[in-house]
Ligand binder design. Structure first.
Ligand SMILES: O=C(O)CCC(=O)C(=O)O
Ligand SMILES: [Fe+2]
Length: 337
């Protein structure tokens, strides 16, 4: 057999699923249901927005947002550039991502733990760091496709603005002090572009396993459906709404709210007909920030349900082997589940 590159995006026309991508029957994804998920119009009046965001995140932990202020043309340009990037040869992608001495700008396939995986995920990922100085980081980003740096920078500037607006609304809605999530709590964002090429047998494979994000919040754009959220024991298939961002809460948010709001569990299925791509902006605290329940949510009736941890310890533990919720809770929570 001809040797293949490790990137699934470079396997054009593959007709069968290699053995190392076949999940054992008990780990394959079961059924999902089609259900509409809540939509928030960001151009609504602020009082209405506060109430809607609060109610919806409390019930769901994820929401679609329209009229978010990031121009449609910019999102389209980002999708195009990232498709071009993932479509480049394996050598070109690796060369373009080898400029960063910190390796914070990288391309990888499956999870970041590829070497130690038994079964791989049907996806490739491009990832870069956005802080502390976007222009300095940008010098290490790919120069091919030629417009990548310019377009990614413009996108990150816009999405950062939207992220800070959401965090402001969430903190106000929860009764946290103004600006609670500003500064060190949110100033460590990363950007990822996942690419899931068509898969000859989706029922055997996994795009991304069940997880919740180790983030404060995550903001995602998807062009084709594939993302599913777990709610009340059912997997809900999120049909992409044109131009909407999907916002979900991560474990950091859950800890700060002392469990009042929950991180949303999700997964990604593959499909046989089209490639799927997502733009993902993950908002993390700085590494040395202590993550713990805010005093606002602690009183005699509500003792802290989560431990205090430095963000880097929290993150490393949750990322070393993307855990299911039970494993994650054993590490971050005092409660026995
Ligand atoms: O690509 C997707 O739809 C989901 C990505 C995701 O869940 C993640 O990056 O944590
Ligand atoms: Fe995720």
């Amino acid at each position: 057999m001809m040797s293949r590159t490790k990137f699934v995006s470079n396997w054009g026309g593959v007709v069968s699923v290699p053995e190392t991508y076949v999940y054992p029957p008990e780990k394959r994804f079961g059924i999902s249901v089609k259900k509409s998920i809540p939509v928030i119009d960001w151009s609504d009046d602020r009082a209405l927005l506060l109430k809607r965001v609060h109610d919806v995140t409390q019930e769901f932990g994820f929401v679609q947002v329209i009229n978010h202020g990031v121009p449609k043309t910019l999102v389209e340009e980002m999708m195009k550039i990232m498709k071009e990037f993932h479509g480049m040869s394996a050598e070109d992608k690796e060369r373009e991502c080898s400029k960063d001495p910190d390796k914070s700008c990288k391309v990888y396939t499956s999870s970041q733990n590829y070497e130690n995986e038994q079964i791989h995920l049907w996806k490739d990922t491009f990832k870069l760091r956005c802080h502390p100085n976007l222009d300095k980081n940008l010098e290490f980003w790919p120069q091919n496709p030629p417009k990548l740096r310019e377009v990614v920078k413009a996108y990150i500037v816009m999405i950062e603005k939207f992220a800070s607006e959401i965090l402001e609304v969430l903190s106000e809605g929860l009764g946290l002090e103004k600006g609670y999530f500003r500064g060190e709590m949110s100033k460590n964002p990363e950007f990822l572009a996942h690419h899931y090429p068509p898969c000859p047998n989706p029922s055997l494979t996994v795009g991304l396993s069940q997880h919740a994000d180790p983030t404060l919040i995550t903001i995602l754009f998807q062009d084709v459906n594939g993302l599913q959220f777990l709610k009340d024991g059912q997997w809900i298939d999120v049909d992409p709404l044109p131009d909407a961002f999907l916002v979900n809460l991560g474990y950091v948010f859950e800890v700060i709210s002392n469990g009042k709001l929950k991180a949303a569990e999700h997964r990604v299925v593959t499909n046989s007909t089209t490639s799927r791509q997502t733009l993902v902006y993950v908002v993390y605290p700085e590494n040395d920030v202590t993550i713990e329940p805010s005093k606002c949510f602690i009183n005699e009736a509500n003792p802290p349900h989560y431990r205090s941890l430095e963000f880097k310890d929290f993150y490393n533990k949750l990322m070393s082997k993307p855990p299911d919720r039970k494993t994650a809770m054993e590490f971050i929570s005092f409660d026995q589940l």
